[in-house]
Every structure is written in C-alpha cells, then in structure tokens.
Design a protein around this ligand. Structure first.
Ligand code: PLP
Length: 432
C-alpha cells in the first residue's frame, strides 16, 4: 500500500516559519478514528478497557484525546504515573505494569489507587513491605517461556525475556494472593511485539483463557480481568498489510465464547495496553535536508538525528520516507539518509531508493507517533524537538516546545558557572 503522509510541502513551509525543523507532528483525525475503531472492536466485552502505554507517546495533549474514548493509562514509572494523574487519569484507570520496580514507584502507584500488575513473585512481599498491605485488586504478569508461535511461525522469544512469572510461579502467586485476602485478580501477558497479523491477540487469548480456566479449577479463583497488553503492530513498510482491529476483536470474542463462557467465566473483562497501534501511524518526524555528500556512497544529511528517532539506529527499524513535494517523482536515486551524531549508525535509511533530493527539501519520516519522540535522548548535546498537533480543523497547535540550551544546562545548577552560563540570552533560543 502506498504510504501517503498526512502533511504536505505547503503545510510544512508555513509551519517552519513558527516551528523550525526538526519536529514531530501528530494527526488528530487519525488518532480519533483509530481509537474509535478499537473501542467498537471490543464493545462486545462489558468490562473492556484500553490502557494506553504512556511510554510510547508521553504527551498529555494526546493522552487527553484518547481519554475521550474511555482509554486509561498503562504506566511503568514514577513520572508516567505523575503524567496520568495530571491528565485526570487515576484509580483503576491506571494499570501499573512495571518491572524491576523501585519502592517509590510502587508507593505512588498504590497512592493513586492504580491497578498493580506484578512482574515477579518476590514483588508480592516487596509491595507489602513498601505500602504496608496487599491491595484488594492485583494482577500477575505471566511468561510461559519458550517461543511464541502462531501455527508454525515463531513470533517472539518469551523464554529469553526478563518479564513475568513462570507458569509454576503464576499458580503459586495466585495462591498467595488469595491467602493475603486479594478479592480481584488479573492476569497479564505480553509475548510478542509489533505483530503485523490478525492472529496475535486471538492466539495469545487462547493461551491465557485456557490458563484462566485452569486457575479456576486448581485454586478456585475466578479472574476479574485478562490483560492482552501491547504488541499489535503497524505496517512500517509499504508492502505490509495493516492489522484489521475489527477482525481481531471478533476473533478474540470467538475464543472467549469457546473457552471462558462455558467455564462460567463469561464476566472476565478484557484489557489492552496498546501503544504503537494507538499512535504509531499518526506521527511523523519532519526534517530538512541540509547537506548532500558524495563519497564512497551518496549521503543526504538532515537536521534531525537519532536522538529524535532512535528506532533505525537501535533496531535497524525501517521507517518510510517521503520527500515532500516529490511524492510522485521516480525513485531513481539511492541514498543513505543521515543525522549529525558522531555515530555511524545515525542513519534513518540505508541504500534507500528515493527521488533526487535537493538541499532544502523537507523529508517526512513516517510512523514516528509511538516510541519516536519518547525514546529521545541528549547525546552529542543534541536537544529534543518540538511536538505539534495537526488538529481536525486544520490548525496546528504546539503541544511541546523544543528544548533550548538552557534546558540542557538546567541540571548543572550545582555548578558555580551555571548562572552566568544560562543568564546569557543566547542560551534561551537555539540561535541558529
Ligand atoms: C511497551 C509496553 C506496552 C506497549 O507496547 P506496544 O508494542 O507499543 O503496543 C504495553 N504494555 C507494557 C507492559 C509495555 O512494556
């Protein structure tokens, strides 16, 4: 499928007068349509709820949009909990799915009344020690180990993942929780990431539902919710077929009706913790070509770099690139598209067929709406970019300003020269 950007050259040319490149821009219309489709796909389940994985795109403006569709937040750290609270999401509308959890994080999660999802059997005692009691509602994260297969295709390798309790620990964990007086029980599992197939959730659901029936038989515990977590992917590549969320919802229902309903577990709420699926396609990184270099290869250097989008450098991930204004031009050039970090993996694309790029062209890097801005960092003294929202009415709103050097130096307030350093006017603007 041809990947069409939601921004045009004309729009970007207008925007750069107020917001210099690079910036991430999000598409409100796309976010809303997708959130609505997800809600409808699981409307058959009375207790259904999506807890947006905050780490994917921790921006309050965007989380507020999702909140209108009944979404809560899935948090895994102290500041993510603070962010949820700030947008008015608390209590059972927060799922706290963390691992290697610090004491303060559990304490804040408990204070906000979040549903806590424990990553390890030892965390039962740890949590009790930190907050002084065991909450009445708790969830356990399950990791069956081995490889996760859909028919014969290996999707991922849970046996190699640090998360969750083994099957034995899971049963032992629920037994302890029951003894400790827990009244509402949940189960969570995240066994494959970025799956571009409609079979992931139904396959996962079958495994978890079967386990839920066994928990009921062996321990007399009826789970209140089953959390299918994240993992529904997006088509980063033009040749990939997007997931059909309606079909996924319908297939999970089939498995639910087949396994849970006959076992008397027809009240189990289904939860999801999607991040990538909720935001990924509805964000783009817009950057300007500032140099071309002809050496052993052909390079285009942009004003964005891996600190703005780490996935290509970190995972070799593919992100489609459109040269704005040249959407229909032939792809008759082969480029490495680079950033300016002193790291040779700072490349948004390697040997990519693109139209001829001229210095000054704007490139739209697709599918940066999740795990894009949020994975940003400050290596090489680079600053985080702005985030913009393209609203349904066509207006563009600044939803996070770009960092300035003053932000970069702010944590040096222990350093004597700090005041003179940040007092200089030049540090409060980028001074390009
Ligand atoms: C990262 C994460 C998610 C979201 O994953 P996506 O691949 O973005 O859907 C959900 N739950 C937990 C616990 C996570 O760590």
């Amino acid at each position: 499928m041809k990947k069409v950007p939601f921004v045009t050259k004309e729009l970007v040319e207008r925007l750069v007068m107020r917001f210099p490149t690079p910036f991430h821009i999000y598409d409100e219309k796309g976010i809303r349509e997708n959130a609505k489709a997800l809600k409808e796909a699981f409307a058959w389940n009375k207790g259904y709820k999506e807890f947006f994985a905050v780490k994917a795109t921790p921006n309050p403006f965007l989380i507020k949009i999702l909140k209108e569709y009944g979404c809560g937040c899935d948090c895994s750290s102290y500041t993510e909990l603070m962010l949820s609270q700030a947008v008015g999401i608390h209590g059972n509308n927060i799922m706290f799915s963390s691992n290697d959890t610090p004491r303060d994080d559990f304490a804040l999660a408990a204070m906000l009344g979040a549903t806590i999802n424990l990553d390890d059997i030892t965390h039962i005692a740890f949590l009790k020690e930190v907050i002084g009691h065991i909450p009445e509602r708790l969830s356990l994260r399950y990791n069956p180990g081995g490889v996760f297969k859909i028919t014969t295709d290996i999707m991922d390798n849970p046996g190699d993942a640090k998360y969750g309790l083994t099957r034995e620990q899971l049963f032992e964990g629920y037994r302890i929780l029951k003894e400790e007086g827990v009244k509402e029980f949940g189960m969570h599992a995240f066994l494959a990431s970025n799956t571009v197939t409609n079979e992931y959730y139904p396959t996962l659901a079958r495994e978890l539902f079967t386990t839920a029936v066994e928990i009921r038989e062996k321990l007399g515990i009826s789970l209140n919710f089953i959390n299918l977590s994240g993992g529904i992917g997006i088509p980063y590549r033009p040749d990939q077929e997007p997931n059909d969320i309606r079909l996924i919802g319908a297939k999970v229902k089939e498995v639910y009706d087949e396994i849970l309903v006959p076992a008397g577990l027809g009240d189990v709420a289904i939860y999801t913790e999607l991040g990538r699926f909720m935001m990924g396609p509805y964000g783009m990184l817009v950057t300007k070509a500032i140099h071309e270099k002809h050496t052993h290869k052909e390079y285009i250097g942009c004003d964005a770099c891996a600190v703005n989008l780490m996935r290509p450098a970190m995972y070799g991930a593919y992100h489609h690139i459109t040269v704005l204004g040249k959407e229909d031009a032939p792809l008759d050039h082969v480029y490495d598209v680079t950033g300016s970090l002193c790291e040779n993996n700072d490349k948004f694309a390697i040997d990519r067929h693109l139209p001829k790029i001229d210095v000054g062209d704007y490139l739209a890097i697709h599918d940066t709406g999740a795990h894009g801005f949020s994975m940003g960092y400050n290596y090489n003294g680079k600053l985080r970019s702005a985030e913009l929202l393209l609203k349904e009415n066509g207006e563009v709103e600044l939803i996070r300003r770009a960092e300035t050097p003053a932000d970069y130096f702010a944590t040096f307030d222990c350093f004597d020269e700090y005041r003179s350093l940040t007092a200089r006017k030049s540090l409060t603007t980028k001074g390009v």
